[in-house]
Design a protein around this ligand. Structure first.
Ligand SMILES: *Cc1c(COP(=O)(O)O)cnc(C)c1O
Length: 390
């Protein structure tokens, strides 16, 4: 196969800092480049391919659906969409699901639900969504406004008004914001992913839930990255002892196809009515069939296995040379290294292991079903490189 880097550079918008790596095929946690070199994938396409590449069960579900009915629009009913919504509700206790195609869109829907709920209940002036500094909620103009990182805002002003950012884990600042603003919602990531793989303090999350309940403010949990088994529970909020009003999720949900979900609790289940929201592709049967195969396999035994792999990674890296600290939950892991994270990731790639970065950390989001021998091999490469580059 001829290299396609030059063509991509010429014709694809230059928004991505790509690695000089041309991927052609994969199986499980292994992906091959154009020269046939194999890599252990510790990034899963940014937490998307939850069961690795060309997973047998997933591929079967997706191809069977693609061969039967690939799209209908939301003017008609299709079975995969209904079954997936049922599975999500039964596993979370949520009551309704809206399907879209990306994390940003799932958050847009969550914001619309919170705003409409609060406008109807309290008045139009209750429109502000409180989010956190250092958060990440997406790239559309509204989710960019929700994102509490100024680096993403520059030159795209004016952003959507009605967002306020408070410091993560600063309970007093959150209390003050709830009192001073007229909030329509509070939106949190349980682990700030793009922000550096930093879990929130449990006490802060519980306070947020209490404030939300006392003041009748919908609590939105952004589980785009943390959801669908990634942190060792079906959704990360389940480990914080809270019951959100709205949960958005995407990335791992489709196992590699673009699908996102906004789940609504009893309190907000009837907020969206006819023509309040929509998406041409939303609930696409092929994507739903893939997601259904992912969700149906995330049972307690599987999640326990994710947690034990997580313990292994944390234990092996915690005291390793060149590693300052390890953060995260489940198989969503950030490594604060002594050496430069980007250099370390490049060197790992040379040595056959693909990793990600988040801020100044090395970030790992391996396939949830990565076999132990491959995980051990990858962790050893990472350890060796962290020791070399420091
Ligand atoms: C990736 C991510 C998003 C955006 O998802 P897209 O599918 O890229 O739109 C939103 N929120 C969080 C927490 C994410 O990690």
């Amino acid at each position: 196969m001829n290299s396609f880097i030059a063509k991509d550079k010429e014709y694809v918008a230059g928004t991505y800092g790509r690695f000089p790596l041309e991927l052609t095929e994969g199986k499980g946690c292994i992906v091959k480049d154009i020269n046939g070199k194999e890599y252990i994938d510790m990034g899963s396409g940014i937490g998307v391919t939850a069961f690795g590449y060309a997973d047998e069960e997933w591929t079967k579900a997706v191809t069977a659906q693609a061969c039967r009915l690939q799209h209908t629009s939301n003017l008609y009913y299709t079975e995969p969409c209904a079954l997936l919504a049922e599975a999500l509700c039964q596993k979370t206790g949520m009551k309704k699901v809206f399907f879209s195609n990306s994390g940003a869109e799932a958050n847009e829907c969550a914001i619309k639900v919170a705003r409409k709920y609060s406008a109807q209940k309290k008045g139009d002036e209750f429109y502000t969504i409180i989010t956190l500094k250092n958060s990440f909620h997406g790239r559309t103009l509204t989710t960019l406004s929700a994102t509490g990182q100024d680096v993403f805002h520059k030159l795209f002003n004016p952003l959507t008004p009605g967002f306020a950012h408070v410091a993560a884990n600063d309970t007093q600042e959150l209390i003050n914001a709830v009192e001073a603003l007229k909030p329509a919602g509070i939106m949190l990531e349980m682990v700030q992913g793009e922000g550096g793989v930093i879990p929130l303090d449990k006490e802060f999350v519980i306070t947020a839930q209490r404030l939300a309940t006392e003041n009748d403010i919908p609590l939105i949990i952004d589980e785009v990255q943390t959801g669908n088994g990634r942190t060792g529970s079906l959704y990360a909020y389940m480990q914080f002892g809270i019951t959100p009003d709205i949960v958005s999720t995407a990335k791992g949900l489709g196992g590699g196809l673009p699908i996102s979900a906004t789940m609504m609790s009893e309190k907000v289940q009837y907020v969206l009515g006819p023509s309040d929201h929509g998406s041409t592709y939303g609930g696409n049967p092929v994507c739903c069939a893939g997601a259904l195969s992912v969700i149906s396999r995330l049972d307690e035994a599987f999640l326990k296995d994710v947690r034990s792999k997580s313990e292994y990674v944390f234990a092996s890296l915690a005291d390793a040379d060149g590693v300052e600290s390890v953060s995260g939950m489940g198989l969503m892991i950030g490594i604060k290294t002594k050496g430069n994270a980007k250099e370390i990731v490049n060197k790992c790639m040379e040595n056959g292991v693909l990793c990600l970065t988040a801020k100044d950390k090395v970030r790992l989001l391996p396939p949830l079903n990565i076999p132990m021998p491959a995980l051990e091999k990858a962790v050893n490469v990472i350890k060796t490189v962290c020791k070399e580059i420091m």
